[in-house]
Design a protein around this ligand. Structure first.
Ligand SMILES: Cc1ncc(C[n+]2csc(CCOP(=O)(O)OP(=O)(O)O)c2C)c(N)n1
Length: 208
């Protein structure tokens, strides 16, 4: 019985986290159309489960690398909504004093970068340094399927495997609305090629 309650509480917490991200991003879209923000922005609408599912299980010292669509990752990591909003507005009270904007955030062990695939080798390098320091930290990189065409990604995966780095890349696959991608080899083919293990989960069927 106690176990069931714990599981229910955890599920409720995850749901509320996803809802918080959804509401934040809806507000971002609304304010974007009013011209409130400095620069451009990409929302995390519809992808909330990926961030919450992964980041609610990380350790305190783990390092997170996000991409151009990083608000959800930042919030699920524990980032503050108000300072993120201020950052989007280019205010000095923002996460990075208004200089990073939507795509370039840094807070604690959280980093994001808008260059597609750009985080892959940097995250591998950080994972290498953590390994050399003999820390237990895992480095996590969030990537989208659009990055599968970036060559630097394969170099990073190769080195991560070769040097047995504490490196985990979390992919978000949305091939259903990009039929042209379906002919690409899937991660189930890529990962074994680099001797990397793979775990598949569906945000549409969370229990999977
Ligand atoms: C090196 C580079 N090329 C092109 C872009 C422009 N760009 C921004 S997002 C994007 C698509 C990213 O696809 P994906 O990673 O699957 O994420 P999605 O936006 O579909 O969620 C592109 C091509 C970029 N940011 N960096």
């Amino acid at each position: 019985m106690k176990h069931d309650l714990e599981v229910d509480n955890r599920k409720l917490h995850h749901y509320l986290e996803m809802l918080r991200i959804r509401r934040f991003e809806q507000k971002v879209l609304e304010m974007f159309s009013r011209g409130v923000f400095f620069g451009t922005t990409h929302t995390y609408l519809g992808q909330e489960a990926n961030a919450v599912g992964v980041l609610s299980h990380i350790g305190q010292d783990d390092i997170v690398f996000s991409n151009h669509r990083g608000h959800g990752h930042f919030l699920a990591y524990g980032g503050d909504m108000r300072s993120l909003f201020a950052e989007l507005m280019g205010k000095s009270t923002g996460v990075c004093a208004g200089r990073g904007g939507s795509q370039h955030l840094h807070w604690k062990n959280f980093y994001s970068n808008g260059i597609q695939g750009g985080i892959a080798p940097v995250a591998a390098g950080i994972a290498m340094s953590e390994k050399l320091k003999k820390s237990a930290a895992v480095t996590i990189a969030f990537l989208g399927d659009g990055t599968l065409g970036e060559g630097v990604l394969y170099e990073a995966l190769n080195m991560a495997s070769l040097w047995q780095l504490p490196y985990s890349s979390c992919w978000r696959i949305t091939a259903s609305h990009r039929p042209h991608l379906l002919s690409w080899p899937s991660l189930e083919i890529y990962c074994p090629a680099f001797r990397l293990s793979i775990f598949l989960a569906s945000s549409l069927k969370p229990a999977m």
